[in-house]
Design a protein around this ligand. Structure first.
Ligand code: HEM
Length: 222
């Protein structure tokens, strides 16, 4: 096997593993965020724990950010490599002889998710860092619910979030399933795994969209 092919397979494995890690994060992130709709006190409690637990802050959070960076940088590298290997980009969709739009355009859905993450980091993460480390404000375990609901007051942000979640669903529909293929998982459980990845790819982004829309239409009025 040539060095070039080997390194290209290694990159795909890195994409698959970092992608699976981010899928796990999405599940955890969704579980915490859905409590902002069904149990605001629990949302406050869990958010406070995540925001101040040293293990989460100094170990898990840097690992998560590294995972996001690795996945995106490697995604762009793979795209450039594939375009070079192909000589030209796909010119037009050619029925069954070409892959479906979503799988050919993972870079497009990925770029939209990256833009969403920039806005999302500005909305929540930068706010957190400023609150804790720049303003050195005191701990307040009750503030997270109101801060989150407030974010969804402007319609433009709610719409941008919901569009991004649509692209996230498309990205996951192809990416989650293909990560198992890349890892060489091929056994009697494969059809069940494929089914599960498709359901996950639709239900989780739909759930995120529901949270955003719910808070937009149910603002805190007092
Ligand atoms: C309605 C949907 C969402 C809400 C309400 C929400 C809410 C939040 C909140 C409150 C934080 C701050 C955590 C902290 O204290 O640092 C956060 C961080 C974050 N969110 Fe979301 N999120 C949503 C969707 C998403 C999606 C779809 C993704 C990924 C595609 C995502 C990725 C992240 C990442 C990577 C962080 C930084 C985690 C950290 O290092 O603390 N979020 N989100």
């Amino acid at each position: 096997m040539s060095g070039l092919t080997k390194s290209s397979i290694a990159r795909k494995v890195v994409m698959a593993l970092s992608g699976l890690f981010l899928v796990l994060f999405l599940g955890q992130h969704f579980t915490i965020n859905i409590t902002s709709v069904i149990a605001p006190d629990t949302f406050n409690e869990w958010s406070h724990f995540m925001g101040y637990n040293p293990l989460v802050q100094y170990l898990l959070q840097p690992i998560l950010i590294a995972g996001v960076i690795v996945h995106f940088v490697m995604g762009f590298v793979l795209e450039i490599q594939n375009n070079r290997a192909r000589g030209v980009k796909y010119v037009k969709y050619n029925g069954s002889s070409n892959a479906p739009w979503v799988s050919r355009n993972m870079i497009v859905s990925g770029a939209v998710i990256l833009a969403f993450l920039a806005l999302h980091f500005y909305d929540f993460w930068v706010h957190e860092m400023t609150y804790k480390y720049i303003e050195s404000s005191p701990q307040d375990p009750t503030r997270y619910y109101a801060e989150t609901v407030e974010k969804f007051e402007p319609i433009w942000r709610t719409v941008l979030y919901v569009i991004s979640f649509g692209l996230l669903a498309l990205h996951l529909l192809h990416g989650f399933a293909s990560s198992f293929q890349t890892m060489g998982v091929n056994n009697k459980y494969t059809p069940a795994i494929q089914k599960f990845t498709k359901i996950y790819a639709i239900v989780i982004p739909l759930g995120f969209a529901f949270i955003a829309l719910y808070h937009h239409f149910n603002p805190i009025t007092h």
